[in-house]
Design a protein around this ligand. Sequence first.
Ligand SMILES: [Zn+2]
Length: 240
Amino acid sequence: MADDLPLHWILHELDEEAVRHEAELAKLPEQRRAHDARVATEKRRVDASAAAQADRQKRRTAFERDIAAFEDQEARYAKQLDAVTNQQQFEAKQHEIAGVQAKRSELETQVLTLMDEEEALATAHPALAAALAKAEQESAAAHEKLAASESSLRGKLASLDARRAETVAKLDAPSRTRYERLRAGRAGRAVGAIENGACGACFHGLSPSALSDARRREKFVACEGCGRLLMLPPEGTASA
Ligand SMILES: [Zn+2]
């Protein structure tokens, strides 16, 4: 049993390192999503600007059609003016002409406003497009970096797996089973280090008798909090 302790300490260190790498790996999707979200935001801005531009153009085209219709009407009324026979008819026609002119003038003002808006949108568009291009470029670079991190982490984990298998093979069958079972059920950490008189994994305090058992370095102590095997770091590496 005492011979198993150094092997378990090696497993403890391998597992702690693996858990750290797994935690890094687990952060990658969120980091990827953050870059994708930034690109999506910039893309929405560009799309919104293009949609606003199209909307202004569509409304302006409709107003311009209406303006042309009013112009035709004005021309018709002007012709009819030649045919009037008295002052009353003349004034009535003049009144109709003024009405059409007022409507046309109002639409012309709106067309000018729309043209101003279209111009402002067109002026702002290149900056939005550039921001999108920059976000896409930076996101691509970040994704590349994250992919490199992922492959490095997976490489480290594979090497830790290999070293773990090598170490586990040196354990007797019952110890191996116990270790594997604990590791599977305790988030990858079967063996906890005793730190400051407590389990280094769940921080449950050890009783004085458990602590004195651990100090003899002859057998494992089971953590009452998490059930992991607990041991003191080998002498010279740390203290309880
Ligand atoms: Zn514990």
